[in-house]
Design a protein around this ligand. Structure first.
Ligand code: LRH
Ligand code: MN
Ligand code: MN
Length: 424
């Protein structure tokens, strides 16, 4: 299914008057309006191929109908998202959940929809049917060299798939860890991981990056071999310039100050990018901004400030990606909401009066510093995002357009009610 531009235009037309009123009201107080609109239009967030079907839990899975049955159909779904919001121009593949055997035709289909391929993700946290060795006790940190070699080989194969698709980064998340004290020698496990990663690093093309994701728990509940940003950064520093740390918002213990981590990784030139999601308890993978939008805003405050300080291009200097999926909402609506939440936080951060904030910090005027941040956070920036989307040829209100066009029922007609996409 493909959404024609005139359908979006028609829907925009119905919303135009109200939008104009709202937009003029907010725009009147924004003195860097052109800059904000230009930056919003340049900003894109990659969609994970594994989030286009209804997510499962270990207790069950309830398919929503019309789920993509193939990689081609997943790409079409991302095409729908991008046509509506003009901010989702790439897809991130998880291999072997998606195997791009026919790279040329896959690439063509994506290009036809205005899409390209973001980071490719390897998977050594599940055993594959034809694999010689099991990852039950880990992959890159495994005590058995043969298991490590299999996991290294898989990562190199993922790089090769990515090369054919035009990706520029390999994203590595390991579930390696231990469930019980005594199970592992921490130092040796870390050293084996480093050696294995070094071999993968050596296979990276010159213009590629390796993004090292950390996570403190799950599926292991005593230790994780790359458990936090310190351990990831340690590895990235040992590996070299092409390695950096990937921040998945759900991969922190409760109340962690993620924005401070972001600030320091940026300072070190070691922030690879993000897996955006939200959570209340752990790695809940809930829709971005659905639980703690203020934290998201504070992260974007650090991003905008830190990137500007280092002269970095916001849209292209790091990887922007969603890693959210769950089991009750229409996945496309969920992803539209996630992208919207990210753009809202970004736009609010762009509105911060940075000079005034700096002065308040220098003068230790704590109350004023808080006022300045919250002035931006409490601004309803949705009309600015709608305007940026309109100017880029997208929808003023992607979710209401999606419903009006009745995309899901059309997908169910096309694909059937009982389809299950590959993924978690
Ligand atoms: C691990 C993780 C990692 C995986 C994805 C499916 O929790 O965040 O990024 O690749 O989930
Ligand atoms: Mn992740
Ligand atoms: Mn996760």
């Amino acid at each position: 299914m493909q959404i024609e531009k005139y359908v979006i235009d028609e829907h925009n037309h119905q919303l135009a008057k109200k939008h104009q009123r709202n937009f003029e009201h907010v725009a009147a107080d924004v003195n860097n309006l052109d800059n904000v609109l230009t930056k919003l239009q340049a900003f894109n967030i990659a969609i994970p191929s594994w989030a286009l079907g209804t997510g499962g839990t270990r207790f069950g899975r309830f398919s929503g109908g019309g789920e993509p049955r193939s990689l081609e159909e997943k790409i079409e779904d991302v095409g729908v998202i991008h046509a509506l919001n003009r901010s989702s121009n790439s897809i991130s593949l998880h291999i072997p959940w998606d195997i791009p055997d026919n790279a040329n035709s896959i690439k063509q289909l994506a290009a036809h929809l205005g899409l390209h391929f973001d980071a490719v993700n390897s998977n050594t946290f599940q055993d594959q049917a034809d694999a010689a060795h099991s990852y039950k006790y880990g992959s890159l940190h495994h005590v058995d060299k043969a298991v490590r070699a299999q996991a290294i080989e898989h990562n190199i194969q993922v790089i090769n798939y990515g090369k054919e698709l035009g990706s520029k980064a390999l994203s590595v998340w390991l579930s390696d860890g231990s469930n019980f004290p005594g199970q592992l020698n921490f130092r040796e496990a870390f050293q084996r991981t480093q050696k294995s990663l070094q071999e993968i690093y050596n296979a990276l093309p010159n213009d590629w990056k390796i993004w090292i994701e950390y996570k403190p728990f799950e599926p292991n509940f005593y230790s994780t071999t790359i458990g936090d940003w310190g351990q990831s950064l340690l590895l990235a520093n040992k590996l070299g310039d092409k390695a950096a740390t990937l921040v998945d918002l759900g991969h922190h213990l409760p109340n962690t100050n993620i924005e401070q981590i972001v600030s320091l990784l940026l300072m070190e030139g070691k922030l690879a990018g993000f897996h955006f999601n939200d959570s209340k308890y752990g790695d809940d993978d809930l829709t971005v901004g659905s639980i703690n939008p203020y934290q998201l805003f504070l992260i974007f405050n650090e991003l905008v400030e830190g990137m500007d300080a280092r002269g970095m291009e916001h849209a292209t200097s790091i990887g922007w990606m969603i890693d959210a999926s769950h089991n009750v909402k229409d996945p496309i609506e969920d992803l539209l909401q996630s992208v919207q939440a990210i753009k809202i936080a970004y736009a609010q951060a762009l509105l911060i009066d940075t000079e005034a904030l700096k002065a308040a910090q220098q003068g230790n005027d704590v109350a004023l510093a808080q006022e300045i941040l919250q002035q931006a956070y409490r601004t309803d920036v949705r009309p600015l995002i709608a305007e940026a989307s309109l100017q880029a040829g997208g929808s003023l209100d992607p979710i209401s357009a999606y419903r009006k066009i009745d995309v899901r029922n059309n997908l169910i007609k096309e694909r059937g009610l009982k389809t299950v996409a590959t993924g978690l």
